[in-house]
Design a protein around this ligand. Structure first.
Ligand code: FE
Length: 181
Protein backbone atom coordinates (compact mmCIF):
# COMPACT_ATOMS: atom_id res chain seq x y z
CA UNK A 1 0.00 0.00 0.00
CA UNK A 2 1.32 3.47 -0.78
CA UNK A 3 2.31 5.77 2.06
CA UNK A 4 -0.28 8.18 0.79
CA UNK A 5 -3.08 5.66 1.19
CA UNK A 6 -1.77 4.68 4.62
CA UNK A 7 -1.75 8.24 5.88
CA UNK A 8 -5.25 8.73 4.51
CA UNK A 9 -6.41 5.65 6.45
CA UNK A 10 -4.90 6.87 9.69
CA UNK A 11 -6.23 10.44 9.19
CA UNK A 12 -9.72 9.07 8.74
CA UNK A 13 -9.35 7.00 11.92
CA UNK A 14 -9.68 3.66 10.13
CA UNK A 15 -6.23 2.47 11.16
CA UNK A 16 -6.61 3.34 14.84
CA UNK A 17 -7.10 0.25 17.00
CA UNK A 18 -9.90 0.03 19.55
CA UNK A 19 -8.62 1.44 22.85
CA UNK A 20 -10.92 -0.16 25.36
CA UNK A 21 -11.13 -3.48 27.09
CA UNK A 22 -12.73 -6.50 25.50
CA UNK A 23 -16.12 -7.48 26.91
CA UNK A 24 -15.94 -9.46 30.13
CA UNK A 25 -16.59 -13.14 29.53
CA UNK A 26 -15.57 -13.10 25.89
CA UNK A 27 -13.80 -16.28 24.77
CA UNK A 28 -10.26 -16.16 23.41
CA UNK A 29 -9.89 -16.11 19.65
CA UNK A 30 -8.20 -19.09 18.02
CA UNK A 31 -5.67 -19.34 15.19
CA UNK A 32 -4.40 -22.59 13.71
CA UNK A 33 -1.53 -22.16 11.25
CA UNK A 34 -0.94 -24.18 8.08
CA UNK A 35 -4.25 -25.97 7.85
CA UNK A 36 -3.73 -26.37 4.10
CA UNK A 37 -0.37 -28.07 4.69
CA UNK A 38 -1.77 -31.58 4.54
CA UNK A 39 1.66 -33.11 5.17
CA UNK A 40 2.09 -31.26 8.44
CA UNK A 41 3.02 -32.97 11.72
CA UNK A 42 1.44 -36.42 11.53
CA UNK A 43 0.91 -36.46 15.28
CA UNK A 44 -1.84 -33.84 14.88
CA UNK A 45 -4.02 -36.35 13.00
CA UNK A 46 -6.23 -38.36 15.33
CA UNK A 47 -6.99 -41.88 14.03
CA UNK A 48 -10.70 -42.69 14.00
CA UNK A 49 -10.74 -45.89 11.89
CA UNK A 50 -8.34 -47.68 9.60
CA UNK A 51 -7.06 -45.14 7.03
CA UNK A 52 -9.37 -42.46 8.49
CA UNK A 53 -8.21 -39.65 10.74
CA UNK A 54 -9.20 -36.15 11.73
CA UNK A 55 -7.38 -33.01 12.75
CA UNK A 56 -9.33 -30.74 15.10
CA UNK A 57 -9.34 -27.00 14.40
CA UNK A 58 -12.03 -25.88 16.84
CA UNK A 59 -13.91 -27.91 19.43
CA UNK A 60 -16.83 -25.76 20.53
CA UNK A 61 -18.11 -27.28 23.74
CA UNK A 62 -20.02 -24.06 24.45
CA UNK A 63 -22.05 -24.20 21.21
CA UNK A 64 -22.04 -27.93 20.47
CA UNK A 65 -20.14 -27.98 17.20
CA UNK A 66 -16.70 -28.78 15.87
CA UNK A 67 -14.54 -27.79 12.90
CA UNK A 68 -12.06 -30.36 11.70
CA UNK A 69 -10.20 -31.75 8.75
CA UNK A 70 -11.23 -35.28 7.85
CA UNK A 71 -8.63 -37.33 5.98
CA UNK A 72 -9.51 -40.62 4.31
CA UNK A 73 -6.79 -42.66 2.65
CA UNK A 74 -8.83 -45.38 0.98
CA UNK A 75 -11.84 -45.80 -1.24
CA UNK A 76 -15.11 -47.35 -0.15
CA UNK A 77 -17.96 -46.68 2.25
CA UNK A 78 -17.03 -44.53 5.21
CA UNK A 79 -20.26 -44.33 7.20
CA UNK A 80 -24.02 -44.03 7.06
CA UNK A 81 -25.32 -41.28 9.30
CA UNK A 82 -27.99 -38.77 10.13
CA UNK A 83 -27.14 -35.19 11.08
CA UNK A 84 -28.73 -33.59 14.12
CA UNK A 85 -27.51 -30.16 12.97
CA UNK A 86 -26.17 -28.38 9.89
CA UNK A 87 -22.87 -29.32 8.26
CA UNK A 88 -20.67 -27.13 6.07
CA UNK A 89 -17.93 -28.80 4.05
CA UNK A 90 -15.07 -27.60 1.85
CA UNK A 91 -13.33 -30.38 -0.03
CA UNK A 92 -9.58 -29.76 -0.09
CA UNK A 93 -8.45 -32.90 -1.86
CA UNK A 94 -10.03 -35.78 -3.76
CA UNK A 95 -13.74 -36.35 -4.29
CA UNK A 96 -16.55 -38.15 -2.50
CA UNK A 97 -20.31 -38.38 -2.53
CA UNK A 98 -23.37 -39.65 -0.71
CA UNK A 99 -25.13 -42.69 -2.13
CA UNK A 100 -28.47 -40.95 -1.58
CA UNK A 101 -27.66 -37.79 -3.57
CA UNK A 102 -26.60 -36.96 -7.10
CA UNK A 103 -24.08 -34.27 -6.25
CA UNK A 104 -20.37 -34.81 -5.75
CA UNK A 105 -18.05 -33.10 -3.30
CA UNK A 106 -14.99 -32.24 -5.36
CA UNK A 107 -11.69 -30.51 -4.70
CA UNK A 108 -12.28 -26.82 -4.15
CA UNK A 109 -16.04 -27.18 -3.74
CA UNK A 110 -18.37 -26.25 -0.88
CA UNK A 111 -21.36 -28.27 0.26
CA UNK A 112 -24.10 -27.87 2.84
CA UNK A 113 -25.73 -30.84 4.55
CA UNK A 114 -29.04 -29.86 6.15
CA UNK A 115 -30.09 -31.09 9.60
CA UNK A 116 -31.98 -34.35 9.38
CA UNK A 117 -30.29 -35.54 6.19
CA UNK A 118 -29.50 -39.26 6.29
CA UNK A 119 -26.77 -40.38 3.94
CA UNK A 120 -23.93 -42.80 3.24
CA UNK A 121 -20.50 -41.40 2.45
CA UNK A 122 -18.47 -43.14 -0.24
CA UNK A 123 -15.03 -42.40 -1.63
CA UNK A 124 -15.17 -43.96 -5.11
CA UNK A 125 -12.74 -46.50 -6.51
CA UNK A 126 -9.86 -44.86 -8.32
CA UNK A 127 -9.68 -41.97 -5.88
CA UNK A 128 -6.83 -42.42 -3.43
CA UNK A 129 -8.65 -40.67 -0.60
CA UNK A 130 -9.89 -37.24 0.34
CA UNK A 131 -9.37 -34.39 2.77
CA UNK A 132 -12.36 -32.24 3.68
CA UNK A 133 -12.86 -29.40 6.13
CA UNK A 134 -16.11 -30.07 7.99
CA UNK A 135 -17.98 -27.68 10.28
CA UNK A 136 -20.37 -29.98 12.12
CA UNK A 137 -23.07 -28.76 14.51
CA UNK A 138 -24.81 -31.24 16.78
CA UNK A 139 -24.12 -34.89 16.24
CA UNK A 140 -23.54 -37.61 13.71
CA UNK A 141 -26.03 -40.35 14.49
CA UNK A 142 -24.74 -43.50 12.83
CA UNK A 143 -27.60 -45.58 11.46
CA UNK A 144 -28.32 -48.92 9.81
CA UNK A 145 -30.02 -48.96 6.36
CA UNK A 146 -33.41 -48.63 8.08
CA UNK A 147 -32.38 -45.57 10.03
CA UNK A 148 -31.98 -47.27 13.41
CA UNK A 149 -29.33 -45.56 15.50
CA UNK A 150 -26.18 -47.60 16.05
CA UNK A 151 -23.79 -44.95 17.33
CA UNK A 152 -23.21 -41.28 17.93
CA UNK A 153 -20.42 -38.76 17.55
CA UNK A 154 -20.26 -35.15 18.71
CA UNK A 155 -17.82 -32.51 19.87
CA UNK A 156 -17.31 -34.38 23.14
CA UNK A 157 -16.40 -37.70 21.53
CA UNK A 158 -14.02 -35.82 19.20
CA UNK A 159 -12.48 -34.08 22.18
CA UNK A 160 -12.02 -37.33 24.09
CA UNK A 161 -10.44 -39.11 21.10
CA UNK A 162 -8.06 -36.19 20.52
CA UNK A 163 -7.06 -36.05 24.21
CA UNK A 164 -6.19 -39.74 24.26
CA UNK A 165 -4.30 -39.57 20.97
CA UNK A 166 -2.26 -36.48 21.89
CA UNK A 167 -1.29 -38.13 25.15
CA UNK A 168 -0.29 -41.34 23.36
CA UNK A 169 1.91 -39.56 20.79
CA UNK A 170 3.70 -37.50 23.42
CA UNK A 171 2.10 -34.08 22.81
CA UNK A 172 0.27 -34.43 26.12
CA UNK A 173 -3.46 -34.76 26.78
CA UNK A 174 -3.69 -31.03 27.43
CA UNK A 175 -2.49 -30.24 23.89
CA UNK A 176 -6.15 -30.46 22.85
CA UNK A 177 -7.12 -27.61 25.14
CA UNK A 178 -5.96 -25.02 22.58
CA UNK A 179 -8.83 -26.11 20.32
CA UNK A 180 -11.58 -25.85 22.94
CA UNK A 181 -13.94 -22.86 23.09
FE1 FE B 1 -22.77 -36.14 6.40
Amino acid sequence: MSTNAESKRSQSGEAVPYRGEQPYGKLDDLVVPKVLDLDSDERLWVPQAEDVSFRPLLLSVSQGYFVNLLRVRKSGILSRHRHAGPVHAVTLKGRWHYLEHEWWAEEGGYSFEPPGDIHTLEVPDGVDGMVTLFHVTGAYIYVDPDGNAVGVEDVFSKLEAARKHYEAVGLGADYVERFIR
